[in-house]
Design a protein around this ligand. Structure first.
Ligand code: TRP
Ligand code: SF4
Length: 491
């Protein structure tokens, strides 16, 4: 990512580029064009990276089922950093995602030593009220980890595929680490996989918006998704370069593979631990395949999808395609075949008490820096603005914040300011300036020295005051309507 391409520019993004190479996070620019009316954080490159977000973008475009999931450890005050995550949860929910929010009381209990009572208080008073005030809709699920039986059961099952060496490699756990802390890690992976359980409609793409510090959890969970799945569907090529799909069932019960063979019409070869589907995916085959899906809602969805490609699907001769047009069509039919197959594989796995998890997708956003420069820290109240700060106090914090301006006005007029090193600009960029053009203008003016820090501070302080006042009114409303939300508390 170069600064030239990026009007919001942050030199810091270059520091994040290590994440791209080392951990396989992809630059968000790659998927941006595929997202209809992207979120402000996406347009402004506040979200800089992702894993597998393509599948989420596709679900948003096509209306296919998908989920957004996130967790908050109830550790202290809810602040603007949490708002960034909440905004993204709500944005995905508005675009059709079923939303899941876990309050990580198991983590707070085991890592911070908080009592359950304290976890509940902070969970509701800080996080849940603000989440609702920001626009979370009542059809999403909010739960305290320790009240959620399905998460706890899943965490225990996941534990079979997590060993100590892995935990110490990922988290630096040592012989001194307490067992409950380790269990809380498995619980967090269960949080992320829960939306794909049968009771929530089975496997589907799930996106977890996080800051880069949470990526270890995602790496662990993505690994677990593969290890826990009963089957693995792979695309293979025969000696003539023809494509076919193969389902690998390492460790799967013989009966499960046999059942799967029964459910897939057409030419299928069953081996010891896998089966190959060598049938050409023409229309009659796909029609029969769809008819094998049990879940009525999914069946309807795929029947509609199939209609869309029906005129091409009759002509499909994958081994002979030539020309771009036919290849393009073939890709569509091929992708659809794969998806229908994934569905049937998931159903069969579930029938045999197995799983078929899709590795979760994620987005990564830049951290907000502290208002005094450096990092935000919960032990330094002046370094951050809490969503419950008195609006006047919030405005004052803005006025005391460190800017990227020069020591004297004269110097600043000559040299210009540095918006990339300015926490006031950051507040506008991340939270307060809704209009992109307005923000770009501020940036321009700052850089050429025609804008002085006083006017930015004034603007940001006013906006901050308004935001906090409005947000806190909405929090009180949320308190009155808590009962209408789907919240699982610890019993
Ligand atoms: N560990 C996260 C934190 O420190 C909280 C969390 C729990 C979480 N479960 C999650 C984050 C699932 C993302 C997804 O705040
Ligand atoms: Fe920051 Fe505004 Fe000062 Fe520029 S003019 S350094 S954007 S406060």
């Amino acid at each position: 990512m170069t600064n030239k391409l990026d009007p919001w520019s942050s030199s810091e993004i270059n520091d994040y580029s290590k994440l791209f190479e080392e951990f396989g996070i992809s630059p968000f620019d790659n998927v941006l064009p595929e997202i209809p009316s992207p979120h402000m954080y996406m347009r402004r490159r506040v979200i800089f990276g992702h894993r597998d977000y393509e599948q989420i973008a596709e679900a948003i475009r096509t209306g296919a089922p998908f989920s957004v999931m996130d967790g908050f450890m109830p550790s202290g005050k809810v602040h603007l950093g949490h708002k960034m995550v909440m905004d993204q949860i709500i944005w995905h929910q508005q675009r059709g995602a079923s939303a899941f929010v876990g309050i990580a009381d198991r983590e707070a209990f085991s890592v911070r030593g908080f009592s359950w009572q304290k976890c509940r208080e902070i969970g509701v008073e800080e996080y849940i009220l603000s989440l609702i005030a920001l626009g979370f809709k009542p059809d999403g699920l909010i739960y305290f980890q320790s009240g959620c039986g399905s998460v706890k059961d899943l965490a225990f099952e996941l534990g079979v595929k997590i060993n100590f060496s892995e935990l110490s490699a990922i988290y630096g756990f040592s012989g001194e680490t307490n067992l409950s802390h380790m269990i809380s890690v498995a619980t967090q992976a269960a949080d992320i996989l829960q939306p794909q359980l049968e009771e929530f409609g089975g496997p589907k793409p799930v996106v977890v918006p996080v800051g880069p510090d949470q990526d270890p959890h995602l790496r662990l969970t993505r690994g677990l998704a593969g290890k826990m799945s009963m089957f693995r569907v792979e695309e293979r090529e025969n000696a003539n370069g023809g494509k076919y799909l193969s389902v690998r069932g390492k460790g799967a019960l013989k009966e499960a593979l046999q059942e799967l063979k029964k459910r897939i019409p057409g030419k299928v070869k069953l081996y010891e631990e896998h089966l190959d589907i060598i049938q050409t995916p023409d229309y009659p085959f796909l029609e029969r395949l769809v008819s094998q899906i049990n879940q009525p809602e999914k069946k309807r969805y795929f029947t509609a999808e199939l209609e869309e490609v029906s005129e091409f699907a009759n002509e499909i001769k994958p081994y002979e395609f030539s020309g771009y047009e036919e290849y393009f069509v073939f890709r569509k039919v091929w992708k659809l075949t794969r998806k229908i197959l994934d569905e049937i594989v998931a159903e069969v796995a579930a029938e045999f008490e197995g799983y078929a998890f899709i590795p979760p997708a994620s987005t990564y956003h830049r951290f907000m820096s502290g208002l005094q420069g450096g990092k935000m820290s919960s032990s330094v109240p002046d370094s951050y603005i809490a969503l419950t700060d008195d609006p006047k106090e919030g405005a004052k914090k803005v006025k005391r914040a460190k800017t990227g301006g020069c020591v004297t006005l004269e110097e600043q007029k000559k040299l210009g300011g540095k918006p990339d090193e300015c926490s006031v600009f950051e507040l506008l960029l991340f939270h307060l300036a809704e209009n992109d053009d307005e923000l770009l203008e501020i940036r321009e003016e700052c850089v050429c020295g025609t804008r002085m820090c006083g006017s930015c501070k004034q603007l940001a302080a006013e906006k901050m005051y308004e935001f906090l006042k409005d947000h806190q009114e909405k929090r009180e409303l949320a308190r009155e309507h808590l009962g209408e939300y789907n919240i699982i508390y610890k019993k």
